[in-house]
Design a protein around this ligand. Structure first.
Ligand code: TEU
Ligand code: CA
Length: 550
């Protein structure tokens, strides 16, 4: 075993496949309608069956759930609905026994307004915790500047008893921590060590580039207001803080770290992940998941040529010191098959397998979101009352209640982009509530659970679930799929994505037809390694995916 392949230093987290669990929507073990840690424990064999190496658990900490756990009240307690610390330890042990590592969500750009630090901080101007958050007096009865919350409205909340405003780049109940205060940073390092000492194997870091604020908090320009994330992610001290975090907290442990890099451009990416800088191992860069968004963040159709160009551009910009992630979904995005594939019955499984093929053959650590291995689809929302996400509710108030757009137009857009598509419960069985709960689920189960569910997928050898397992196994036995050079063979083709992955030992060709019609392209021939059709024909059939060895 050599230490480098194609110039890349070999690391376990580059060769790993990660599976993301959103605990609230995974499996309910006690009938209260909310997924929990015991529910995940029951399903460790299901997770293991895919062959994944790492589980990323979305926040499992004590929280009043304004934003489903992304608002933490106590970083050292387990959310009561999810269980307790003994359940957490049991889950970690079961995963480790199955050879699966566990990373958890580090949400430290902000806390809950119910965190003890904030309760203290808001109580008076001279409280020792005042400086844990970002407080400013208003100007003539207006907020300190024109920052907008990512979740709509002003990013400032006026607070009694002092009458000052606090900054919240997300919800009102998510006050931003003041990272310029060294005590805050020491607290974060401490809570990281707490979980590392409990045996977790790393962190996914929520909106981590937002931790450093621009000095003086200058107003957003008109152009910046539509997508303020590009300003919020670009504070002057973020790299200093990440290097300090590596030294102070992470260095003694063998971890995987991945930062959610909302607002980070490709040009800025090496600053976070170049392995000589001692910051993060990887980031989630948003170019792919923003492909169908316009300048205002609304849904807009996308073109395969533009999609493919992202991967070539990233590959060219990142040298062997940087390692990418590959992800097409998570708890903030619609379902992969509905978005990039075709969720009509005749194409759903084929196109989901095509997207699985792409996910597992591109360069970078692949992240699978729960339910994508079943080709779960978007939910047929028809009314605002069916949603749970506080962001959608904020947008509804801002856009529909104000009369700016119609309810129909609002829902048409949300049908394409809503975060709640990903948050409907896992579909385990064809039965009531998809076997997710024996009670009333906190968010409705997709009615298509009658046809789309794990029970069925496990019994069908040709299911999407088994296809994922097969592709993961293929990735594990071909270093070219991990470290191989990437080359797009048909960058301008409107229907076909075809690329090679090459090491000195071998070249693999991946050919994908992103359409429901046959297409013939001139590609080199080789030995068939995998595919979503049983046989091979000269043409690529609708949504056909093939991997061949040249
Ligand atoms: O997300 C950051 C975030 O801003 C995303 O919701 C982003 O707006 C969206 O993906 C754009 O398409 C993180 C968490 O993943 C999210 O669930 C939280 O709500 C948010 O931070 C606040 O903690
Ligand atoms: Ca429960």
């Amino acid at each position: 075993m050599t230490d480098t392949i194609n110039g890349y230093a070999r690391r376990w987290w580059k060769e790993a496949v990660v599976y993301q669990i959103y605990p609230r929507a995974f499996k309910d073990s006690n009938g209260d309608g909310i997924g929990d840690l015991k529910g995940i424990l029951e399903q460790v064999p299901y997770i293991k069956g895919l062959g994944v190496d790492v589980v990323w658990l979305s926040p499992h900490f004590d929280s009043p759930n304004a934003d489903n756990g992304y608002d933490i009240r106590d970083y050292r307690q387990v959310m009561a609905e999810f269980g307790d610390m003994a359940d957490f330890d049991a889950l970690r042990e079961a995963l480790h026994a199955a050879g699966i590592k566990l990373i958890i969500d580090l949400v430290v750009n902000h806390s809950s307004d119910e965190h003890a630090w904030f309760v203290e901080s808001r109580s008076s101007r001279d409280n020792p915790y005042r400086d844990y958050y970002i407080w400013h007096p208003g100007t003539d009865g207006a907020p300190p500047n024109n920052f907008t919350s990512i979740f709509t409205g002003s990013a400032w909340q006026k607070d009694e008893p002092t009458g000052d405003y606090y900054l919240h780049l997300f919800a009102v109940k998510q006050p931003d921590l003041n990272w310029d205060n060294p005590k805050v940073r020491a607290e974060v390092h401490d809570l990281m060590r707490f979980w590392l000492d409990r045996g977790v194997d790393g962190f996914r870091m929520d909106v981590i580039p937002f931790i450093s604020k621009r000095p003086g908090l200058p107003d957003l320009t008109e152009a910046q207001r539509a997508k303020p994330q590009f300003v919020y992610s670009d504070g002057p001290r973020v790299h200093e803080y990440l290097q300090e975090m590596r030294r102070e907290a992470l260095a003694p442990y063998d971890t995987l770290t991945v930062g959610e890099a909302f607002g980070v451009t490709l040009d800025q990416t090496p600053l976070f992940v170049d392995d000589r800088r001692g910051e993060l191992d990887m980031i989630f860069q948003f170019d792919v998941v923003e492909i169908d968004r316009d300048a205002q963040g609304k849904w807009t159709p996308w073109r395969l040529q533009d999609f493919k160009a992202i991967f070539s551009r990233h590959d060219a910009a990142l040298d062997a010191h940087c390692w990418p992630t590959v992800f097409f979904s998570n708890h903030d995005n619609p379902r992969v098959v509905s978005r990039y594939g075709d969720d009509r019955p005749q194409w759903r499984e084929l196109s989901a397998k095509l997207m699985a093929t792409l996910l597992l053959t591109l360069k970078g650590t692949p992240f699978i979101y729960q339910g994508d291995e079943l080709a779960m689809t978007n939910y047929p929302f028809t009314d605002i009352s069916q949603f749970d996400d506080l962001w959608i509710k904020g947008q509804w108030r801002e856009e529909v209640e104000s009369g700016r757009i119609t309810a129909d137009a609002f829902l048409a857009n949300q049908m394409k982009i809503s975060r709640d598509h990903a948050r409907t419960p896992m579909q385990w069985t064809p039965g009531a509530n998809g076997g997710f709960t024996t009670g009333k689920p906190w968010l409705a189960v997709n009615p298509n659970t009658a046809a789309i569910n794990a029970e069925h997928a496990l019994t069908q050898t040709a299911s999407v679930y088994h296809y994922f397992a097969e592709m993961i196994a293929l990735r594990k036995t071909h270093a070219a799929l991990v470290y191989g050079d990437y080359r797009d063979l048909l960058p301008d083709h409107p229907q076909v994505f075809a690329f090679t992955r090459t090491t000195p030992d071998e070249t693999l060709l991946v050919a994908l037809n992103f359409s429901d019609t046959d297409v013939t392209v001139d590609l080199p021939h080789g030995i068939r390694m995998a595919g979503n059709y049983a046989d091979e024909r000269p043409a690529l059939r609708g949504w056909e995916a093939r991997v061949t060895r040249l």
